[in-house]
Design a protein around this ligand. Structure first.
Ligand code: URA
Length: 244
């Protein structure tokens, strides 16, 4: 019999689970080790187990799971929208702004009144690459301050200031207006919550408005409130730059 006709394409069990949009590969490994995953009615707790996606039936906690098509969106987030999949106070969420039947989630977060580049996906691994601190993914922000920034503070913000006991710094600071030192661009490679606001607050400035103009080099090239799918080049660029 022709060998190639018999050939099956298998995939690692943790990848199969993360491809179903439930969680990352790392989280899937934990679930496998916890004995929560079965294949064809047999509990599998070995990390290197491979499945044939066309034939094998995979269950997590007794529920059948099937791999999904991965989706990647860029949203130019408007103000007054919360970065979550579900808000207990019933405020509008970023997920509601995107028309899709798939369950997607935001990659990291932007504050309620922060605007700009926010990625959303159902690919847990992709999200992890972009949010893992070791990858130092660049985020560029347009900042408006309550008062002009002083030269010595520019230096401090680039050398490092302490926020919540841990040093943070901006990798780059530049001015966007010739006339006012209230308008600046900063590049950070950290994603701690409220990072930009806290950095400025550490030196007694208030951020009046904040707009993320790029994330991982992906720019807000659409109007606020609009969204588009990422291009193949943008997706492969992220994997090439930050992938394992
Ligand atoms: N830093 C902040 O303070 N807020 C954001 O929304 C993003 C970065």
């Amino acid at each position: 019999m022709n060998q190639t006709m018999n050939k099956t394409i298998t995939t690692r069990l943790n990848k199969f689970i993360s491809d179903s949009g439930i969680c990352s590969r790392r989280k899937a490994e934990e679930m496998i080790l916890q004995g929560r995953v079965s294949v064809n009615n047999k509990v599998i707790d070995k990390l290197f187990y491979k499945v044939d996606p066309d034939k094998d039936k995979v269950f997590l906690d007794g529920e059948r799971i099937t791999p999904k098509r991965h989706l990647y969106f860029l949203l130019n987030k408007p103000m007054g929208v919360i970065t979550t999949t579900d808000d207990e106070k019933n405020r509008k969420t970023v997920v509601e702004l995107i028309k899709t039947k798939e369950k997607i989630f935001p990659v990291g977060r932007l504050d309620y009144n922060t605007t700009g580049v926010l990625l959303l996906t159902n690919d847990g691994d992709f999200s992890n690459l972009l949010t893992h601190p070791k990858n130092k993914v660049p985020r560029e922000y347009e900042v408006r301050l309550d008062r002009p920034i002083m030269d010595e503070d520019i230096d401090k913000l680039q050398t490092g200031v302490f926020i919540e006991g841990k040093r943070g710094r901006f990798n780059k600071i530049s001015f966007t207006s010739k006339n006012s030192k209230k308008f600046i661009n900063v590049v950070a490679t950290e994603g701690r919550n409220h990072f930009v606001k806290k950095m400025f607050a550490a030196l007694s400035y208030t951020v009046v408005s904040l707009n993320r103009i790029s994330f991982a080099g992906i720019k807000a090239d659409i109007p606020q409130g609009a969204y588009r799918q990422l291009t193949k080049l943008e997706i492969s660029g992220v994997i090439k730059n930050y992938g394992r």
